[in-house]
Design a protein around this ligand. Structure first.
Ligand code: ZN
Length: 326
């Protein structure tokens, strides 16, 4: 499909970080100076996930007050609506914004208000995924999950685990997600972005409904089978994965492979601003690079609806729009 056609297609996105997707205009306004794109986007020669994660320092500084978090939510919905996003699950780490005088509950509430303001003006529906961070102490992550739990079904849809996967493997978090399960908070987990297929197995065995990236299961048929048999969604983020060197080069990226193996593959941006991308650009890229057919693009959008946390009525409406879209 041509770019314009992809842009106008009804879309759903499940893996997108708020801080990495704030617009240049919003960040400039918040910081009170004209921010250069090179300060926000990862350079072409980005060497690692660690280097990639350094790009989040500036946007996180723009998420420290009730007003800025609320306006960030609005800014985000405006950006995604521009490519006909029908429903989006936006993730963020409330602990990066919470401090004395701005509680975790208030942080989450501020974002939900901004997203709802955005929905009224631009029409895109959303849910929030709250990210526990790998480098943060377990008790803080658990306290955040408990705070987020009070918003479950009221704008928050699930928890997540994000951050430097190589330094903090999945086995350190089995207890945290056991607690999440007791709280009745569903979760997705970043796993297999950084080489470890074992992290994917453990995430699925822990009960993750979807895995973020999942690249490392390439070449591990038993883990691929586990992901498939459990109906676990796979949130692929092609451009980001190439930038963070999750694979050595585009030829090693398992897009075609995962699709052909019948996994519930979805296509996502990870970070619109940091990676300088949109879902439309991701789709254009995979069609050109991996020969993904138009019907497969449609199927991946349907997969996204299926493995999303949207209400059934929202799912039905979007599925109909995708099927009728020509
Ligand atoms: Zn991510």
């Amino acid at each position: 499909m041509e770019y314009e056609k992809l842009r106008s297609m009804p879309k759903v996105e499940l893996h997108c970080h708020l801080d990495g997707s704030l617009s240049q205009t919003f960040i400039s306004r918040e910081l009170g100076r004209e921010v250069d794109l090179t300060e926000l986007q990862v350079a072409y020669g980005c060497r690692s996930l660690k280097e990639y994660l350094e790009k989040f320092d500036l946007p996180i500084r723009c998420l420290q007050t009730e007003k800025s978090v609320r306006e960030a939510g609005y800014d985000f919905i405006r950006s995604v609506a521009a490519e006909n996003m029908k429903y989006v699950e936006v993730r963020f780490a409330p602990l990066f914004s919470a401090h004395e005088g701005f509680s975790t509950e208030q942080v989450i509430e501020a974002l939900l208000t901004g997203l709802e303001d955005g929905r009224k003006d631009f029409g895109t529906e959303s849910n929030v995924i709250v990210c526990a961070m790998r480098h943060q102490p377990e008790e803080e992550n658990l306290a955040m999950f408990k705070a987020a739990r009070t918003f479950l079904g009221e704008g928050v849809c699930c928890g997540d685990l994000a951050g430097d996967e190589a330094a903090w493997p999945m086995k350190n978090f089995v207890r945290l997600f056991g607690e999440a399960k007791k709280l009745g908070l569903p979760f997705v987990i970043h796993a297999g972005e950084c080489g470890s297929a074992e992290n994917i197995r453990e995430a699925v065995e822990c009960g993750a409904r979807r895995i973020g990236h999942g690249i490392a299961m390439k070449g591990h048929p038993e883990i691929i089978r586990l992901v498939k048999d459990t109906g676990t969604g796979v949130e692929m983020c092609p451009i980001s994965n190439l930038q963070t060197k999750a694979v050595n080069g585009p030829e090693e990226y398992p897009m075609r492979e995962f699709l052909d193996q019948g996994l519930l593959v979805t296509v996502n941006t990870d970070n619109r601003t940091v990676s300088n991308t949109t879902v439309s650009r991701e789709l254009l890229f995979i069609q050109k690079t991996y020969g993904i057919h138009d019907e497969e693009v449609r199927r991946m959008m349907e997969n996204a609806v299926e493995v999303s946390f949207a209400d059934d009525s929202v799912k039905d409406r979007i599925l109909r729009e995708i099927r009728l879209w020509k």
